[in-house]
Design a protein around this ligand. Structure first.
Ligand SMILES: Cc1cc2nc3c(=O)[nH]c(=O)nc-3n(C[C@H](O)[C@H](O)[C@H](O)COP(=O)(O)O)c2cc1C
Length: 414
């Protein structure tokens, strides 16, 4: 019976343990978590979601406070088009977050940044270019382009001196999305170094509609693998979504995958950014406590615990402080939903908004408890304390369990 450790991921000259911890915004996949993966010879991700906010928490900077101060005059205005990010400060925050992480890196593994195209930040192209360029400048090993098709993202950085040396990968949920990307980026003369194929059981935003349950990751992976072979394209495939044990991973490696991307099992590790009381909610969850809903203003379905405080919360939009989901015209679906409820309940002191949520604020505050489908199995990966709470895990323990377990087994902590 094989184990994950019997396989290696080859990326250029590099040989890696074929385990990649996926990006989890906003700072759920912390620098600390990514550093464990790199130290153990795999790949870890930090996330570029709301980096100025993350920098404030990590380095005691004041980006959010200063931005709110600058745009305070606009807080009651439903038109948010004046709220712009300062590109110099955005680059500075990214460089700080990435630079400090890369400086702390030890071991043979790599650290990538997960970059969400859907963070349109009131100037989609410009802010994305700054984020990508600053991450490359600060020495990130690679960039995983996520959430959105990113059809033009390679072109945004094709003049960067590291365009060919940094590892660049994309996340897709269908063969068609991959074909579109390859067609659109062909002009840059560069293929992705790896393709993460994310299935319907993943955490965070899903690349499917509300009919997600009709799709199957092994089927999509096989379809993409066969098409790449037909085209004689040698691009490592990395399935993600519902890979819960080392044995699940081996099944994909045996069908030709180069590695797996995993996330949910690390949400209950000490190095993860979620506060401990939230981690206990993840442990306690049963299958019925998890749903895929449409409250994200990005328009993508998102999986989360039904008890997330973000659901139904009718707070005033915080675009002056955050504003990461504003499109190029300063529009976000939550602003519209909020204004509609305010108009419908003119005398209410507090309103409820159920169809959309202020994702920036609630992700920032760890109040949107996004999670993978198998979150309800996390309780089987640890021991219970005498007071009924569950024991948090070391990320190293979880990583090594993926790497060395066999027979569908999950090793419990000491
Ligand atoms: C809490 C959480 C947050 C996530 N946030 C992001 C994100 O910001 N960007 C992204 O591309 N994927 C995100 N994901 C998806 C993961 O990176 C990964 O591909 C997927 O969850 C793997 O499946 P698994 O959780 O079943 O192991 C998130 C997943 C979780 C569990």
């Amino acid at each position: 019976m094989k184990r994950v450790d019997d396989f290696r991921l080859r990326l250029g000259q590099k040989e890696l343990v074929p385990i990649m911890i996926g990006g989890m915004g906003v700072d759920i996949s912390t620098a600390e978590l990514s550093l464990v993966a790199a130290r153990l010879g795999g790949i870890g991700h930090i996330s570029d979601a709301m980096v100025p906010t993350v920098s404030d928490r990590r380095f005691k900077t004041k980006y959010v406070k200063d931005k709110l101060q600058q745009y305070k005059f606009n807080v009651a205005n439903s038109d948010k088009s004046v709220v712009q990010f300062n590109m110099g400060l955005l680059a500075e925050a990214t460089a700080r977050h990435v630079g400090a992480t890369m400086e702390a890196k030890q071991g043979d593994g790599l650290i990538f940044i997960n970059c969400m195209e859907k963070l349109t930040m009131n100037a989609p192209k410009e802010t994305l270019r700054v984020r990508l360029t600053a991450a490359l400048d600060a020495g990130i090993d690679g960039i995983t382009l996520a959430a959105g098709l990113h059809l033009g993202s390679f072109a945004l950085i094709e003049d960067h001196p590291r365009f060919r040396d940094a590892k660049l990968g994309i996340i897709v949920s269908s063969l068609r999305a991959l074909q579109l990307f390859l067609k659109k980026s062909a002009r840059t003369g560069r293929l992705p170094d790896y393709v993460v194929v994310e299935g319907p059981l993943a955490g965070g935003h899903l690349g499917f509609g509300m009919d997600w349950a009709q799709y199957s990751l092994p089927v999509i992976v096989a379809e993409i693998r066969d098409w790449l072979a037909e085209q004689q394209l040698d691009i490592p495939l990395i399935p993600a979504g519902g890979v819960f044990t080392g044995t699940d991973a081996v099944n994909y490696l045996e069908m030709g995958a180069a590695a797996v991307q995993v996330a949910t099992r690390f949400t209950v590790s000490r190095e993860c950014g979620l506060p401990e009381d939230v981690q206990q909610e993840y442990f306690k969850a049963s299958e019925d406590d998890i749903e895929v809903n449409q409250i994200s203003p990005t328009g993508y379905p998102m999986r989360m615990l039904k008890s997330s405080p973000a659901i139904g919360s009718g707070i005033r939009p915080n675009c002056e402080a955050y504003g990461y989901l504003l499109d190029s015209k300063g529009y976000c679906q939550y602003i519209e939903a909020y204004n509609r409820e305010v108009a419908a309940h003119p005398d209410a002191r507090k309103i409820k908004v159920f169809d959309k949520t202020c994702l920036c604020t609630h992700m920032r505050n760890f109040d949107c408890w996004t999670c993978g489908h198998y979150t309800y199995r996390l309780k089987d990966t640890t021991r219970r304390n005498e007071d009924g709470t569950y024991q948090l895990l070391d990320a190293e323990h979880v990583f090594r369990d993926y790497q060395f377990s066999a027979d569908g087994q999950i090793a419990l902590p000491e």
